[in-house]
Structures are given as structure tokens and as C-alpha cells.
Design a protein around this ligand. Sequence first.
Ligand SMILES: NC(=O)c1ccc[n+]([C@@H]2O[C@H](COP(=O)([O-])OP(=O)(O)OC[C@H]3O[C@@H](n4cnc5c(N)ncnc54)[C@H](OP(=O)(O)O)[C@@H]3O)[C@@H](O)[C@H]2O)c1
Length: 279
Amino acid sequence: MKVVVTGAKGQLGTDLVHLLANQGYEVYGYGREELDITNSDQVKQVTSEVRPDVVIHTAAYTKVDLAESEPDQAFLINAYGTRNVAAASEAVGAKLVYISTDYVFDGMATTPYNEFTPTNPLSVYGKSKLAGEQFVRDLHSKFFIVRTSWVYGKHGDNFVKTMLKLAKERDELMVVNDQIGCPTYTVDLANCILQLIQTEKYGVYHVSNSGHCSWYEFAKAIFEEADIEVKVNPCTTKEFPRPAPRPMYSVFEHMALRLNGFKVMPNWRDSLRIFLRSI
Ligand SMILES: NC(=O)c1ccc[n+]([C@@H]2O[C@H](COP(=O)([O-])OP(=O)(O)OC[C@H]3O[C@@H](n4cnc5c(N)ncnc54)[C@H](OP(=O)(O)O)[C@@H]3O)[C@@H](O)[C@H]2O)c1
């Protein structure tokens, strides 16, 4: 099976390319330099040359706070870039996996979000990713929209690495305790995507590690698992203002995985432990 991965140098893209290659797939991983998704001619050319069976579209504008002051960039990449990938992959008959986000929800719920809950993004980033979802639905006939959240892995910047770095510089940290979500280890996410692409069970999937926590609880767990002494103090979102509004509660229910017979996602704390041992 031939698989094209966009955003192949990002944190998810890098792990996906490794995993697919290890499993014997013919992988074509393209970073922004080789395949700029905002260039529709280039996207068409690459897909018509490779003629993949599957396109896994991980490339995105992911700077959530900066997006508030750069909405054109966010929409150009996340909405129109995704349109280009969707149209080109449909034209060659490839299945499409589009990676989306928990930020399509407003976080006002008090019970986990399933795949049929109406969306209502708060931030420019969330709106631009949802616009990408809409292009996928409009232009593609064999798609998986995989919404994920709080992603971390070996490659690239993420919350786990930031915490480990800050712990080297400070004895005490303040971490937000009133935003609740689901951490996701890139390797678990990549393994789940690998299961999906082998099927024709198209649709929207919520894919995160199972269980949930606040950022404060996540930080505490990181230091406990890494055996690092640092005092972590809980604070509120109001005490730690950021340019982009974030959902206060974005816990996923994995209803689509469950009802379609896919494996249960590992618990977030178990995966965190595995990740920390691997680095
Ligand atoms: N990280 C999270 O917590 C999180 C949560 C929910 C959903 N997601 C989604 O998951 C996917 C993977 O995220 P990630 O954490 O792996 O992101 P990432 O590390 O930021 O990787 C995204 C990659 O896309 C590339 N890219 C940006 N603009 C591009 C363009 N015009 N053409 C081609 N490539 C371009 C980036 O390259 P440059 O470095 O050159 O910009 C980067 O390598 C994204 O779709 C993201 O929206 C992430």
C-alpha cells in the first residue's frame, strides 16, 4: 500500500512515517519544503505522480495563539491547504485521513464529546481546522476525520517537553488547573490511524489516550513519572491569560472507535510513562 504523509517533519508526521515504513508500507513523507499544501498545482502533481492508496494529511498551521493575529495564514493552510489535499487525493481515488482537533468544540459540555456533538470553535485555529473538516466532507468520498488533542511525542515541541525544560530552570511552576482534556501520545495516535486506513469504516473519529486530566494534573504526572522534584502550583485560566481562548472541557468519548470495533486507546498515564522511558 502506498501512503503519502503531509507535514512529515512535524511531531505526528515523523512518527507516522517511521511506523508505516516499519510495517512495510511504501511511504512518501513530505515536509513543507517538498510539498507545500497551499500550492494546489504542487499537491496535484505529487499525488498524480505517486498515485497513493492513502493520503494522511497531518500538515497544519498549529500556532494556536499566533493564529489570533494571523488568521489569513491559519485559514490559508488549515482550510485551503486541506481543500487542495482533499481535491487531489479524491482525484486519484486515495483514501484521506485528515487530522483535526478538540478545539472544534467550545468546551461548555460537562460530559465527554462524541463524534456527533455539534461543533462551535472559540479560536481562529479551531475555526480554521473546522473549515478544513468541511472541505474534506464536501470534496472527498472516502475520508477519516481524526480529531485528536493535547498531542506529545519525541519530535517537535509539546507540553511534556516544555515541562521537563522548565523544571531544569525553576523550582516552582504554575500550571492551569481548570482546563480538562485528554493527552495523546503520537505513537498511540499513529497506531490507531494505521488500523483505520486498513478499513473502509469512514467517518469522524475521536482519537486521544483514554482517561482525562487538567494541565496541572498532567504536569504533576510528568514530574512523578520522570522522578523530578519541582513544586507545581495550580492556577486558573484567568491567572494565566493567553491570546487564544481554549475550551475549558474537551474530553473525548471514543464512540466511533468503540462502535466500529477498533482497539481501546491506552490510558494517558500509561502512555506518558512509556514515552518518558523512551526519551
Ligand atoms: N499538537 C497538538 O496538541 C494537536 C492537537 C490537536 C490536533 N492537532 C493536529 O494534529 C496534526 C499534527 O500536529 P503536530 O503536533 O504534529 O503539528 P506540528 O508538529 O506543528 O507539525 C505540523 C507540520 O505541518 C507543517 N506545515 C505547516 N504549513 C505547511 C504547509 N503550507 N505545507 C506543508 N506543511 C506545512 C509544519 O512545517 P513548519 O514547521 O515548516 O511550519 C509542521 O512540520 C495537525 O493537523 C494539528 O492541527 C495537534
